[in-house]
Design a protein around this ligand. Sequence first.
Ligand SMILES: [Fe+2]
Ligand SMILES: [Fe+2]
Length: 304
Amino acid sequence: MPTTPTQVPTTQVPTTQGTSDRAVPTRRVSFEESLTDLPRHFAADSDLILSHMFASLSSVFPDGEDFFVRSVRHFRDRVTDPELKRQVAGFIGQESIHGREHRAFNDRLDQLGYPTKRAERMTRWGLATRERLMTPTSNLAVTAALEHFTATLAELALSDEVARTLPGDPAVRDLFLWHALEESEHKAVAFDVYRAVGGSERTRVFTMKGMRIGFIVGMTVQVVLSLLGDRSTYRPGALRQSWNRFRRTPMMRREVWDQLRDYDRADFHPDDRDTTGLVDLWRDELFGADGTLNDKLVDGTPAA
Ligand SMILES: [Fe+2]
Ligand SMILES: [Fe+2]
């Protein structure tokens, strides 16, 4: 786990319109081997709520990311800008590998007693039902909104040293850090496709308002159910102690909520927050010539 890059300021820049030049490389990585010795409470200081929160987040990723891929792929042929076309290919590649690696993590969590398989089934069913009932544009609006969630959390992970320590076990930190880098790299792709195919501002903002409540309520329910199945939750004082810690974590900061709400602003664009410096820094740190995650690349070649 790299510790050198710490606080890297991101800046608010004037609204960027049009597709900017972004590298969205597909890195073939595998974390499975490093997860073999994972302890039950893998988060920092064996924290109860944090362990269940990271497990719950991971449990919705594989089927969520499959949905993202389907919703963007549906419009692939309508994208005419060659630069955006290239980024769509990168987006599909990155999200597919995120799904695969989080599924491997979920398998390991399942062995440790987390209800990740049940959560995967529920997510799969919920999203398949949505796709049957709603239009492809509406599903793409959901993807663009949730990509703003992942971009916000990714920026927090890449810019805040405390946030990076929370997953605890080095293998889990590496997994989430790699995911955070790639979420930042492709943060505007689904949004740009949504705009390129004529998605309306009204639906975009309306969808986000629903997602903000739905995602947070859904995740809270998932974490609570996961905690209820863990004997450690019932140890006197364990939950209260863990909660006192959790409410002071960087995720609970007011600025994170404000950043999520920024999506509702007229003419919002994901690139309004310039994270290119942050991405360059971590791309080099993780996958540069001496990248700390180069050993996770399946073909062994640096893919900065
Ligand atoms: Fe992802
Ligand atoms: Fe993503």
